[in-house]
Design a protein around this ligand. Structure first.
Ligand SMILES: Cc1cc2nc3c(=O)[nH]c(=O)nc-3n(C[C@H](O)[C@H](O)[C@H](O)COP(=O)(O)OP(=O)(O)OC[C@H]3O[C@@H](n4cnc5c(N)ncnc54)[C@H](O)[C@@H]3O)c2cc1C
Length: 319
C-alpha cells in the first residue's frame, strides 16, 4: 500500500504548489524539517559540518532549491554557494587525496529548466561554483533530478570535467539507462555517487518494484567497484551497504578507495559506526528555506517517516 499508493502520491505532492503552501504554512511541519535539514543559513550548515567532522565524517552540503523559473533566483543560488564556501574557509578542506568538504548542486536550481537557454545558464553558473570550490579546496558533485534532465545534466558534467576532473555526479539505479551510464563514468578519477533514485518516474524509463531497483543497484555497484573511478555508495539500506563491502573486497579495493554516503539525520548511529570502522563516510547536509521538495521526498521514502509526520499533525500532539 505504501509503495503503490502513498509513495507516488507524496512524490506528486512534492511538486504541487497548493500542497506546498499548506505543508510549509504549518508550524508543526517546521519541527520535523529540523530532523532532515541543518538550518536556514550558511552558518547553520557550517555548524552541522563542524560537528560531523568531529566524528571523522566527510560532508557534502546542498543549498536547498530546485525547479527555478526565475533567472535572478538562479543567480542568487550561485551567491549562496559562494557565501557558503567563504563560511567554510576556517574548516580544513584540502591537503588530502579525498577532500573532506564538498558541495552538492541541483542544476535545476541554477536555471536548467529556464526556457531556451536553461542548459547554457546552468552550465555557466555551475562553472562559477566549481571555480570557487576548487580555489577553496572543496569538491563539487552534481545531483541527479528527474529523468527529463539526465541528458542535459550528464552533458554539463562531461563539459565541466575537462577543467575540473574531480567533479562528481549522481547516477540513479532505478533508471533503465544507468548500468550503461555507470560503464561510461567508471573511468580513472571519476567520482560517481550511486543512489536508488528519489523521483516519481514512469515505467518506460525506470524500474518500478523495490526488487528490480535493488537488483539494478547491485549491478551498477559492481560496475563501479570494478571500474577505475571512485565510487560513492549513497544508501541507508543495510543490504546495499553489505554488498558494497563485499564488492569492494572482490575488486581488491581498500576502504579508502570508495566512500559511503547518507543523508543528514538518517541512521546517524550507522554513519558513526562506518566512520569508526575506518570507512570513508560522507553526510549530505541540506540547508536553506526551500526545503519543501526535499522534505516530501524523505517522507515518500519510508513509512516510518510519514507516520512520524502524521502523528505530529494530530491535534494536541506533543512535539
Ligand atoms: C548522500 C545521498 C545523496 C542522494 N542524492 C540523490 C540524488 O542526487 N538524486 C536522487 O534521485 N536521489 C538521491 N538520493 C536519495 C536516494 O535516491 C534514495 O531515495 C534514498 O537514499 C533512499 O534509498 P535507500 O538506498 O536509502 O534505501 P531505501 O530503499 O529507502 O531503504 C532500504 C532500507 O534502508 C533502511 N533505511 C532506510 N531509511 C532508513 C531510516 N530513516 N532509518 C533506518 N533505516 C532506514 C531500512 O532498512 C530500509 O528498509 C541521495 C541519497 C543519499 C544517501
Amino acid at each position: 500500500m505504501f509503495a503503490t499508493v502513498l509513495r507516488p502520491g507524496l512524490l506528486a505532492a512534492a511538486r504541487s504548489p497548493r500542497v506546498r503552501r499548506t505543508v510549509t504554512g504549518m508550524t508543526s511541519t517546521r519541527k520535523l524539517v529540523e530532523r532532515f535539514v541543518a538550518g536556514e543559513s550558511e552558518a547553520h550548515a557550517a555548524a552541522a559540518t563542524r560537528l560531523l567532522r568531529e566524528t571523522d565524517r566527510l560532508v557534502t552540503i546542498d543549498y536547498l532549491g530546485e525547479d527555478t523559473t526565475d533567472p535572478a533566483q538562479a543567480a542568487a543560488t550561485v551567491d549562496h554557494y559562494r557565501e557558503l564556501l567563504h563560511t567554510l574557509a576556517d574548516l580544513p578542506a584540502s591537503g588530502e587525496t579525498v577532500r573532506p568538504l564538498e558541495v552538492s548542486l541541483k542544476l535545476s536550481a541554477l536555471g536548467q529548466s529556464l526556457p531556451r537557454s536553461g542548459h547554457a545558464i546552468a552550465l555557466e553558473h555551475a562553472h562559477k561554483i566549481c571555480s570557487a570550490a576548487d580555489a577553496a579546496g572543496v569538491w563539487v558533485t552534481i545531483d541527479a533530478e528527474d529523468h527529463t534532465t539526465t541528458d542535459s545534466t550528464l552533458a554539463i558534467v562531461r563539459e565541466l570535467r575537462r577543467e575540473f576532473p574531480w567533479l562528481g555526479t549522481v547516477l540513479q539505479a532505478y533508471l533503465h539507462r544507468t548500468e550503461d551510464d555507470c560503464r561510461e563514468f567508471a573511468g580513472p578519477g571519476s567520482r560517481i555517487r550511486l543512489c536508488k533514485g528519489a523521483y516519481r518516474e514512469p515505467a518506460s524509463v525506470a524500474f518500478q518494484s523495490r526488487a528490480e531497483v535493488d537488483a539494478s543497484y547491485l549491478r551498477c555497484l559492481d560496475v563501479l567497484m570494478h571500474g577505475r573511478g571512485y565510487p560513492m555508495i549513497a544508501t541507508h539500506d543495510p543490504a546495499m551497504i553489505a554488498a558494497a563491502t563485499g564488492s569492494a573486497r572482490s575488486a581488491a579495493r581498500a576502504p579508502g578507495d570508495f566512500e559511503f554516503q547518507m543523508l543528514y539525520g538518517i541512521r546517524d548511529d550507522e554513519q558513526r559506526r562506518l566512520a569508526a570502522a575506518g570507512h570513508r563516510m560522507r553526510v549530505y547536509v541540506p540547508y536553506g528555506d526551500e526545503w519543501y521538495g526535499y522534505f516530501m521526498r524523505r517522507l515518500a521514502e519510508r513509512p516510518a517517516n510519514l507516520a512520524f509526520f502524521l502523528r505530529a499533525l494530530r491535534p494536541g500532539a506533543r512535539r
